[in-house]
Design a protein around this ligand. Structure first.
Ligand code: NAP
Ligand code: 8YV
Length: 326
Protein backbone atom coordinates (compact mmCIF):
# COMPACT_ATOMS: atom_id res chain seq x y z
CA UNK A 1 0.00 0.00 0.00
CA UNK A 2 1.18 3.50 -0.77
CA UNK A 3 -0.01 6.56 1.07
CA UNK A 4 -2.04 8.92 -1.17
CA UNK A 5 0.23 11.71 0.14
CA UNK A 6 3.53 9.92 -0.64
CA UNK A 7 4.27 7.42 -3.42
CA UNK A 8 6.72 5.14 -1.50
CA UNK A 9 5.22 1.89 -0.18
CA UNK A 10 4.38 2.09 3.52
CA UNK A 11 6.78 0.07 5.69
CA UNK A 12 5.29 -1.91 8.58
CA UNK A 13 7.72 -3.26 11.17
CA UNK A 14 6.92 -6.54 12.94
CA UNK A 15 9.16 -7.06 15.98
CA UNK A 16 8.93 -10.69 17.13
CA UNK A 17 6.40 -13.33 16.18
CA UNK A 18 2.99 -12.43 14.84
CA UNK A 19 0.04 -14.47 13.63
CA UNK A 20 0.85 -15.96 10.15
CA UNK A 21 -2.37 -14.59 8.68
CA UNK A 22 -1.45 -11.06 9.81
CA UNK A 23 2.04 -11.46 8.35
CA UNK A 24 0.74 -12.56 4.96
CA UNK A 25 -1.84 -9.75 4.81
CA UNK A 26 0.77 -7.15 5.82
CA UNK A 27 3.20 -8.52 3.24
CA UNK A 28 0.62 -8.21 0.48
CA UNK A 29 -0.67 -4.74 1.41
CA UNK A 30 2.54 -3.06 2.68
CA UNK A 31 6.30 -3.42 2.72
CA UNK A 32 6.92 -5.89 5.57
CA UNK A 33 10.01 -5.56 7.73
CA UNK A 34 10.53 -8.29 10.35
CA UNK A 35 12.98 -8.34 13.26
CA UNK A 36 13.42 -10.95 15.96
CA UNK A 37 12.43 -8.79 18.94
CA UNK A 38 11.58 -5.14 19.72
CA UNK A 39 15.19 -3.92 19.66
CA UNK A 40 15.71 -0.94 17.33
CA UNK A 41 19.38 -1.85 16.80
CA UNK A 42 18.14 -4.84 14.75
CA UNK A 43 16.68 -2.49 12.13
CA UNK A 44 19.06 -1.57 9.33
CA UNK A 45 19.83 2.19 9.71
CA UNK A 46 18.69 2.76 6.12
CA UNK A 47 15.20 1.44 7.10
CA UNK A 48 14.72 3.41 10.33
CA UNK A 49 13.15 6.45 8.67
CA UNK A 50 10.91 4.27 6.51
CA UNK A 51 9.03 2.65 9.40
CA UNK A 52 5.54 4.17 9.64
CA UNK A 53 3.66 1.39 11.36
CA UNK A 54 4.32 -1.40 13.87
CA UNK A 55 2.22 -4.56 14.21
CA UNK A 56 2.78 -6.51 17.41
CA UNK A 57 1.64 -9.18 19.86
CA UNK A 58 3.97 -7.93 22.58
CA UNK A 59 5.92 -5.20 24.31
CA UNK A 60 6.58 -1.77 22.78
CA UNK A 61 8.36 0.65 25.13
CA UNK A 62 9.09 4.37 24.89
CA UNK A 63 12.64 3.90 23.56
CA UNK A 64 11.36 1.71 20.73
CA UNK A 65 8.71 4.31 19.83
CA UNK A 66 11.38 7.06 19.88
CA UNK A 67 13.65 5.06 17.57
CA UNK A 68 11.37 5.58 14.54
CA UNK A 69 10.91 9.27 13.64
CA UNK A 70 8.18 8.60 11.05
CA UNK A 71 6.19 6.16 13.19
CA UNK A 72 2.42 6.86 12.97
CA UNK A 73 0.64 3.79 14.31
CA UNK A 74 1.15 0.77 16.57
CA UNK A 75 -1.41 -1.97 15.81
CA UNK A 76 -1.61 -4.43 18.70
CA UNK A 77 -3.07 -7.91 18.31
CA UNK A 78 -5.06 -8.39 21.52
CA UNK A 79 -7.57 -6.25 23.39
CA UNK A 80 -5.20 -5.67 26.31
CA UNK A 81 -2.49 -3.13 25.48
CA UNK A 82 -0.69 -2.83 28.82
CA UNK A 83 2.45 -4.05 27.02
CA UNK A 84 2.51 -0.87 24.90
CA UNK A 85 3.65 2.45 26.41
CA UNK A 86 0.45 4.11 25.30
CA UNK A 87 1.04 7.29 27.32
CA UNK A 88 4.30 7.87 25.47
CA UNK A 89 2.68 7.01 22.13
CA UNK A 90 -0.07 9.58 22.78
CA UNK A 91 2.53 12.22 23.73
CA UNK A 92 4.38 11.54 20.45
CA UNK A 93 1.18 11.67 18.37
CA UNK A 94 1.39 7.95 17.58
CA UNK A 95 -1.92 6.10 17.18
CA UNK A 96 -2.38 2.82 19.08
CA UNK A 97 -5.05 0.29 18.09
CA UNK A 98 -6.16 -2.98 19.73
CA UNK A 99 -8.57 -5.81 18.83
CA UNK A 100 -11.67 -5.54 21.06
CA UNK A 101 -14.98 -7.41 20.62
CA UNK A 102 -13.78 -10.08 18.14
CA UNK A 103 -12.41 -12.15 21.06
CA UNK A 104 -15.03 -11.37 23.71
CA UNK A 105 -17.18 -14.52 23.34
CA UNK A 106 -14.15 -16.84 23.04
CA UNK A 107 -12.52 -15.50 26.19
CA UNK A 108 -15.83 -15.67 28.08
CA UNK A 109 -16.31 -19.30 26.94
CA UNK A 110 -12.77 -20.16 28.06
CA UNK A 111 -13.21 -18.46 31.43
CA UNK A 112 -16.35 -20.44 32.22
CA UNK A 113 -14.60 -23.61 31.03
CA UNK A 114 -11.66 -22.90 33.34
CA UNK A 115 -13.97 -22.25 36.30
CA UNK A 116 -15.83 -25.55 35.84
CA UNK A 117 -12.58 -27.47 35.22
CA UNK A 118 -11.12 -26.14 38.47
CA UNK A 119 -14.23 -26.84 40.53
CA UNK A 120 -14.85 -30.34 39.18
CA UNK A 121 -11.11 -31.15 38.89
CA UNK A 122 -11.52 -32.28 35.26
CA UNK A 123 -7.75 -32.24 34.44
CA UNK A 124 -7.12 -34.52 37.45
CA UNK A 125 -9.95 -36.83 36.37
CA UNK A 126 -8.47 -37.16 32.89
CA UNK A 127 -5.01 -37.83 34.36
CA UNK A 128 -6.60 -40.55 36.56
CA UNK A 129 -8.07 -42.25 33.48
CA UNK A 130 -4.86 -41.96 31.41
CA UNK A 131 -2.78 -43.37 34.25
CA UNK A 132 -4.98 -46.49 34.21
CA UNK A 133 -6.26 -45.76 37.73
CA UNK A 134 -9.92 -46.06 36.74
CA UNK A 135 -9.27 -49.70 35.81
CA UNK A 136 -6.83 -50.42 38.64
CA UNK A 137 -8.32 -48.41 41.53
CA UNK A 138 -11.89 -47.65 40.48
CA UNK A 139 -13.67 -44.29 40.18
CA UNK A 140 -11.76 -41.14 41.10
CA UNK A 141 -12.97 -39.65 44.43
CA UNK A 142 -15.74 -37.07 43.97
CA UNK A 143 -14.68 -33.41 43.65
CA UNK A 144 -15.01 -31.49 46.92
CA UNK A 145 -16.02 -28.33 45.00
CA UNK A 146 -18.96 -27.60 42.73
CA UNK A 147 -20.42 -24.71 40.75
CA UNK A 148 -23.75 -25.33 42.47
CA UNK A 149 -24.78 -22.60 44.94
CA UNK A 150 -21.75 -20.44 44.19
CA UNK A 151 -21.89 -16.67 44.12
CA UNK A 152 -19.84 -15.02 41.41
CA UNK A 153 -17.79 -11.82 41.68
CA UNK A 154 -16.38 -10.31 38.49
CA UNK A 155 -13.43 -7.91 38.72
CA UNK A 156 -13.72 -5.98 35.44
CA UNK A 157 -17.33 -5.80 34.20
CA UNK A 158 -16.38 -4.63 30.70
CA UNK A 159 -17.01 -6.34 27.35
CA UNK A 160 -15.65 -9.73 28.43
CA UNK A 161 -16.81 -9.45 32.05
CA UNK A 162 -20.37 -8.90 30.84
CA UNK A 163 -20.18 -11.89 28.48
CA UNK A 164 -18.96 -14.06 31.40
CA UNK A 165 -21.75 -12.72 33.62
CA UNK A 166 -24.42 -13.51 31.02
CA UNK A 167 -23.16 -17.09 30.74
CA UNK A 168 -23.03 -17.63 34.50
CA UNK A 169 -26.44 -16.02 34.96
CA UNK A 170 -27.66 -18.78 32.64
CA UNK A 171 -26.25 -21.29 35.14
CA UNK A 172 -28.59 -19.78 37.77
CA UNK A 173 -25.87 -18.08 39.82
CA UNK A 174 -25.96 -14.64 41.48
CA UNK A 175 -23.50 -12.15 39.96
CA UNK A 176 -21.77 -9.13 41.49
CA UNK A 177 -18.89 -7.01 40.22
CA UNK A 178 -16.28 -4.36 40.88
CA UNK A 179 -15.16 -1.64 38.46
CA UNK A 180 -14.02 1.89 39.26
CA UNK A 181 -17.48 3.01 38.19
CA UNK A 182 -20.82 1.13 38.15
CA UNK A 183 -22.11 0.13 34.71
CA UNK A 184 -25.47 1.84 34.27
CA UNK A 185 -27.00 -0.73 31.94
CA UNK A 186 -26.50 -3.79 34.18
CA UNK A 187 -28.50 -4.87 37.19
CA UNK A 188 -25.79 -6.94 38.90
CA UNK A 189 -24.76 -5.90 42.41
CA UNK A 190 -21.94 -3.32 42.33
CA UNK A 191 -19.19 -3.13 44.96
CA UNK A 192 -17.08 0.04 45.03
CA UNK A 193 -14.02 -1.86 46.32
CA UNK A 194 -12.50 -5.18 45.33
CA UNK A 195 -12.28 -6.17 48.99
CA UNK A 196 -16.02 -5.63 49.52
CA UNK A 197 -16.71 -7.74 46.41
CA UNK A 198 -14.41 -10.54 47.63
CA UNK A 199 -16.15 -10.52 51.03
CA UNK A 200 -19.55 -10.84 49.35
CA UNK A 201 -18.80 -13.78 47.02
CA UNK A 202 -17.02 -17.15 47.05
CA UNK A 203 -15.87 -17.14 43.41
CA UNK A 204 -13.77 -14.29 42.08
CA UNK A 205 -13.08 -13.92 38.35
CA UNK A 206 -10.49 -11.38 37.27
CA UNK A 207 -10.96 -10.03 33.75
CA UNK A 208 -9.70 -6.50 34.40
CA UNK A 209 -6.89 -4.98 32.28
CA UNK A 210 -3.27 -4.97 33.44
CA UNK A 211 -1.25 -1.80 34.09
CA UNK A 212 -0.49 0.46 37.05
CA UNK A 213 -4.10 0.90 38.19
CA UNK A 214 -4.60 -2.83 38.79
CA UNK A 215 -1.01 -3.84 39.74
CA UNK A 216 -1.22 -6.58 42.45
CA UNK A 217 -4.80 -5.51 43.22
CA UNK A 218 -5.61 -9.16 43.97
CA UNK A 219 -3.44 -9.74 47.02
CA UNK A 220 -3.36 -11.45 50.44
CA UNK A 221 -6.14 -9.21 51.76
CA UNK A 222 -8.42 -10.16 48.86
CA UNK A 223 -7.73 -13.90 49.24
CA UNK A 224 -8.48 -13.67 52.97
CA UNK A 225 -11.75 -11.90 52.15
CA UNK A 226 -12.67 -14.61 49.61
CA UNK A 227 -12.25 -17.28 52.27
CA UNK A 228 -11.60 -21.03 52.54
CA UNK A 229 -14.37 -22.02 50.10
CA UNK A 230 -13.05 -19.39 47.70
CA UNK A 231 -12.10 -20.02 44.10
CA UNK A 232 -10.11 -17.53 42.04
CA UNK A 233 -9.97 -17.48 38.23
CA UNK A 234 -7.71 -15.10 36.33
CA UNK A 235 -8.06 -14.62 32.58
CA UNK A 236 -7.26 -10.88 32.81
CA UNK A 237 -3.57 -10.12 33.39
CA UNK A 238 -0.93 -11.70 35.64
CA UNK A 239 0.32 -8.32 36.83
CA UNK A 240 -3.02 -7.80 38.57
CA UNK A 241 -2.23 -10.59 41.06
CA UNK A 242 0.34 -10.83 43.83
CA UNK A 243 1.49 -14.30 42.76
CA UNK A 244 3.42 -14.98 45.99
CA UNK A 245 0.26 -14.24 47.97
CA UNK A 246 -1.77 -16.49 45.64
CA UNK A 247 0.64 -19.41 46.07
CA UNK A 248 0.55 -18.94 49.85
CA UNK A 249 -3.26 -18.72 49.91
CA UNK A 250 -3.50 -21.96 47.90
CA UNK A 251 -0.94 -23.73 50.11
CA UNK A 252 -2.36 -22.76 53.50
CA UNK A 253 -6.08 -23.11 52.67
CA UNK A 254 -6.87 -19.39 52.72
CA UNK A 255 -8.69 -20.17 49.44
CA UNK A 256 -9.72 -23.55 48.01
CA UNK A 257 -8.52 -23.47 44.40
CA UNK A 258 -7.53 -21.32 41.42
CA UNK A 259 -7.55 -21.38 37.61
CA UNK A 260 -4.87 -19.16 36.11
CA UNK A 261 -4.40 -18.37 32.39
CA UNK A 262 -2.14 -15.31 32.72
CA UNK A 263 1.07 -14.68 34.66
CA UNK A 264 3.11 -11.66 35.67
CA UNK A 265 6.27 -12.72 33.84
CA UNK A 266 5.11 -14.89 30.94
CA UNK A 267 6.15 -17.46 29.86
CA UNK A 268 7.72 -18.02 33.28
CA UNK A 269 5.44 -19.46 35.95
CA UNK A 270 6.44 -19.26 39.62
CA UNK A 271 7.53 -22.64 41.02
CA UNK A 272 5.22 -22.17 44.01
CA UNK A 273 2.23 -22.14 41.65
CA UNK A 274 3.53 -25.12 39.68
CA UNK A 275 3.76 -26.95 43.03
CA UNK A 276 0.13 -26.17 43.97
CA UNK A 277 -2.12 -29.20 43.34
CA UNK A 278 -5.22 -27.02 43.77
CA UNK A 279 -4.24 -24.68 40.90
CA UNK A 280 -5.05 -25.29 37.25
CA UNK A 281 -2.46 -23.43 35.16
CA UNK A 282 -2.76 -22.60 31.45
CA UNK A 283 -0.35 -20.91 29.00
CA UNK A 284 -2.45 -17.80 28.15
CA UNK A 285 -4.93 -19.58 25.89
CA UNK A 286 -8.24 -17.88 26.60
CA UNK A 287 -8.51 -16.32 23.12
CA UNK A 288 -6.49 -19.07 21.47
CA UNK A 289 -8.75 -20.74 18.89
CA UNK A 290 -7.81 -20.58 15.20
CA UNK A 291 -11.13 -18.81 14.51
CA UNK A 292 -10.64 -16.03 17.05
CA UNK A 293 -6.92 -15.51 16.51
CA UNK A 294 -7.63 -15.06 12.78
CA UNK A 295 -10.30 -12.46 13.58
CA UNK A 296 -7.82 -10.65 15.84
CA UNK A 297 -5.15 -10.75 13.11
CA UNK A 298 -7.66 -9.39 10.57
CA UNK A 299 -8.70 -6.52 12.84
CA UNK A 300 -5.05 -5.62 13.50
CA UNK A 301 -4.32 -5.39 9.75
CA UNK A 302 -7.67 -3.71 9.01
CA UNK A 303 -6.61 -0.98 11.44
CA UNK A 304 -3.37 -0.44 9.51
CA UNK A 305 -5.19 -0.39 6.18
CA UNK A 306 -7.85 2.04 7.48
CA UNK A 307 -5.17 4.35 8.92
CA UNK A 308 -3.05 4.51 5.78
CA UNK A 309 -5.98 4.67 3.33
CA UNK A 310 -8.51 6.83 5.22
CA UNK A 311 -6.55 8.36 8.12
CA UNK A 312 -8.86 6.75 10.73
CA UNK A 313 -8.35 3.38 12.38
CA UNK A 314 -11.29 1.13 13.25
CA UNK A 315 -10.48 0.51 16.91
CA UNK A 316 -8.20 3.12 18.47
CA UNK A 317 -7.50 2.74 22.19
CA UNK A 318 -9.11 5.55 24.23
CA UNK A 319 -5.75 7.15 25.13
CA UNK A 320 -4.93 7.86 21.45
CA UNK A 321 -8.45 8.28 20.04
CA UNK A 322 -7.70 11.98 19.50
CA UNK A 323 -4.49 11.44 17.51
CA UNK A 324 -4.83 12.70 13.96
CA UNK A 325 -2.84 11.63 10.90
CA UNK A 326 -0.06 14.11 10.16
P1 NAP B 1 -12.95 -3.57 28.74
O1 NAP B 1 -14.23 -3.69 27.99
O2 NAP B 1 -12.16 -2.32 28.63
O3 NAP B 1 -13.27 -3.88 30.27
C1 NAP B 1 -12.36 -3.65 31.30
C2 NAP B 1 -13.16 -3.46 32.59
O4 NAP B 1 -12.24 -3.37 33.69
C3 NAP B 1 -13.99 -2.18 32.59
O5 NAP B 1 -15.28 -2.50 33.02
C4 NAP B 1 -13.29 -1.26 33.57
O6 NAP B 1 -14.25 -0.46 34.27
C5 NAP B 1 -12.60 -2.26 34.51
N1 NAP B 1 -11.38 -1.68 35.08
C6 NAP B 1 -10.33 -1.13 34.42
N2 NAP B 1 -9.41 -0.68 35.28
C7 NAP B 1 -9.90 -0.94 36.51
C8 NAP B 1 -9.41 -0.68 37.83
N3 NAP B 1 -8.23 -0.07 38.04
N4 NAP B 1 -10.16 -1.10 38.88
C9 NAP B 1 -11.34 -1.70 38.68
N5 NAP B 1 -11.86 -1.98 37.46
C10 NAP B 1 -11.15 -1.59 36.39
O7 NAP B 1 -11.94 -4.73 28.31
P2 NAP B 1 -12.29 -6.22 27.83
O8 NAP B 1 -12.42 -6.25 26.36
O9 NAP B 1 -13.41 -6.75 28.66
O10 NAP B 1 -10.89 -6.94 28.24
C11 NAP B 1 -10.49 -6.97 29.57
C12 NAP B 1 -9.09 -7.52 29.72
O11 NAP B 1 -9.11 -8.93 29.54
C13 NAP B 1 -8.04 -7.07 28.73
O12 NAP B 1 -7.52 -5.79 29.04
C14 NAP B 1 -6.98 -8.16 28.86
O13 NAP B 1 -6.06 -7.82 29.89
C15 NAP B 1 -7.78 -9.39 29.29
N6 NAP B 1 -7.82 -10.41 28.23
C16 NAP B 1 -7.17 -11.58 28.41
C17 NAP B 1 -7.23 -12.56 27.42
C18 NAP B 1 -6.54 -13.88 27.59
O14 NAP B 1 -6.20 -14.50 26.60
N7 NAP B 1 -6.37 -14.36 28.81
C19 NAP B 1 -7.90 -12.33 26.24
C20 NAP B 1 -8.55 -11.11 26.08
C21 NAP B 1 -8.52 -10.15 27.08
P3 NAP B 1 -13.85 0.99 34.85
O15 NAP B 1 -13.12 1.72 33.77
O16 NAP B 1 -15.17 1.59 35.24
O17 NAP B 1 -13.00 0.74 36.05
C1 8YV C 1 -3.85 -12.56 23.38
C2 8YV C 1 -4.95 -11.23 25.25
O1 8YV C 1 -3.53 -13.90 23.47
O2 8YV C 1 -6.37 -9.91 23.92
C3 8YV C 1 -5.66 -9.96 24.92
O3 8YV C 1 -5.53 -9.00 25.70
O4 8YV C 1 -4.38 -11.36 26.29
C4 8YV C 1 -5.00 -12.38 24.32
O5 8YV C 1 -6.12 -12.39 23.53
C5 8YV C 1 -2.66 -11.73 23.59
O6 8YV C 1 -2.94 -10.38 23.42
C6 8YV C 1 -1.60 -12.12 22.60
O7 8YV C 1 -0.60 -11.19 22.66
Amino acid sequence: MTDPASPAPVTILVPGTLHDHAISRIASAFRLLEIERPDASLVDPSDVAAVRGIATFGEIDAAFIDAFPKLEIIAKIGVGYDSVDVGHAAKCGVMVTNTPDVLTEEVADSTVGILISVLRELPKAEAWLRAGKWASQGPIPVSPLTLRKRSIGIFGMGRIGLAIAKRLEGFGLPIAYHNRRPVESVGYAYYPTLKALAEAVDTLICIAPGGPSTEKAVNAEIFAALGPNGVFVNTGRGSTVDEDALAKALADGTIAAAGIDVFANEPHVPQALLDAPNAMLLPHVASGSAHTRQAMADLCVDNLVAWFSAGRPLTPVPETAGVRKR
